[in-house]
Design a protein around this ligand. Structure first.
Ligand code: HEM
Length: 403
């Protein structure tokens, strides 16, 4: 028990993640109230889990902690999540396993290895273009483009549409007003509807064709389920990797000794990527709904209660990580939960790791003297955390040809 006085606890203010300090609240909760009853605000009330072991255990018990009612907090008046019971992320077994089985092999080690040359070309071209400009916004000009182009390729989106999809995702994730975000998202869904129809009639070797022609229990997926699952893959494939890549770059800029260590010894890249994932923990919260009463640390959770895992808190848990508040690219072991755990462990984990590795490899060979070129801006969101804007300059070395 930590005797320091309790800070005011409110984990659902978006401003906390752009200019506040959630870590102080999480640290206090881990020590004093690991199953905290968070009162309703404009969002419903929930149980907040902040300790690594508790979150891992709950992740492992998908029968008690269901995903089918949504995995993100949303206001009651918005009603049920439209993907509930239909998408990969929002189903429980057995439906979840059937859906995951359709696409699993596309994200397995062998498939990702086969894509590695294409991904390296994408990372090279994106960095090259930014270097030519001399400075850029790392988030929109570099970090957003690499994962977007990769998932576009896997989904069979024609290259001529990649810029259009880039514009739509930029608006859907980052536009200042909710209406623009919503319209852009609806356009993405509309795009997948047309692509689904085309690929159902004339399938190719891509993920949309897989979903559009797949049979589960002897029947094709409902067209709406195809669209929602395309959206799940597309958003999953772009949003977190963009923020993790940019958040990792920000961590390197704030810890120049760690960037120098990586420039001097690129064999640290794999452990550096794991530390970037732990440090950035871009998925801020993941929700489950209890299917039956359960007791955790003497707290009675009722069937139907919402239980929220705060992943960045788990990844700073002092009982698991030595010096958790130190950004250490050589950290080992590093069994973080940034990609989730258990039944719904991130489908794109391998892809994300390779994308981050290729991107940082390109940057540290082409632009080892990258610097901050203005004030970073962090996202105002309780769903994902990290940079929304990260102005960087490459310096003269940045324009040299790679050896
Ligand atoms: C750094 C990048 C990434 C992070 C931090 C991340 C994080 C996560 C987390 C925490 C979950 C678990 C959600 C839960 O427990 O309910 C998850 C699931 C998922 N992720 Fe990722 N992700 C990343 C990259 C990707 C990429 C590149 C893809 C490619 C398509 C992807 C697709 C998915 C999908 C489809 C799921 C749902 C899996 C399921 O429910 O079975 N993610 N991700």
């Amino acid at each position: 028990m930590n005797t320091t006085s309790a800070p005011p606890i409110n984990l659902v203010q978006p401003g906390l993640y752009s200019h506040g300090d959630p870590f102080t609240q999480w640290k206090w909760l881990r020590a004093n109230d690991p199953v905290h009853r968070h009162p309703p605000t404009e969002l419903p009330g929930f149980w907040a889990l902040t300790r690594y072991d508790d979150i891992r255990e709950a992740y492992n018990d998908h029968e008690t902690f269901s995903s089918a009612h949504g995995i993100l907090l949303r206001p009651d008046e918005h009603g049920a999540d439209p993907g509930g019971g239909r998408t990969l992320a929002l189903t429980d077994p057995p439906r979840h396993r059937q859906l995951r089985g359709l696409v699993n092999e596309w994200f397995a080690v062998r498939a990702v290895r086969a894509l590695e040359n294409d991904m390296a070309d994408i990372a090279q071209n994106v960095v090259e273009r930014a270097l030519e400009a001399g400075s850029c916004d790392f988030v929109t000009d570099i970090a957003a483009r690499v994962p977007l182009y990769v998932i576009c390729r896997m989904m069979g989106i024609p290259e001529s549409d990649w810029e259009y999809m880039y514009t739509l995702t930029s608006q859907a994730f980052a536009a200042d007003d909710a209406l623009t975000r919503r319209i852009a998202h609806l356009e993405i869904l509309g795009y997948f509807d047309k692509l689904r129809e085309a690929r159902a009639a004339d399938p190719g070797d891509d993920l949309v064709s897989v979903l559009a022609t797949a049979e589960v229990d002897g029947a094709r997926l409902d067209p709406q389920d195809v669209i929602l699952n395309c959206d799940n893959l597309f958003v999953g494939g772009t949003e977190n990797t963009r923020i993790a890549a940019a958040g990792g770059m920000l961590a390197f800029l704030e810890h120049p000794d760690q960037w120098r260590a990586l420039v001097e010894d690129p064999s640290l890249l794999n452990s550096a990527v794991e530390e970037v994932l732990r440090w950035t923990s871009t998925a801020t919260h993941i929700m489950r709904t209890a299917t039956r009463p359960v007791t955790l640390h003497d707290r009675r959770i009722a069937a139907g209660d919402k239980v929220v895992f705060w992943l960045p808190s788990a990844n700073r848990d002092e009982s698991v990580f030595d010096e958790p508040d130190r950004f250490d690219i050589a950290r080992k072991p590093n069994r973080h939960l940034a990609l989730g755990f258990g039944e719904h462990f991130c489908l794109g984990s391998m892809l994300a790791r390779v994308e981050l590795r290729l991107l940082y490899r390109e940057l540290l060979t082409r632009s080892p003297h990258l610097t901050l070129d203005g004030q970073p801006k962090l996202l105002d969101s309780i769903v994902v955390n990290g940079p929304e804007r990260l102005p960087v300059a490459f310096g003269p070395q940045g324009r040299k040809e790679s050896p």
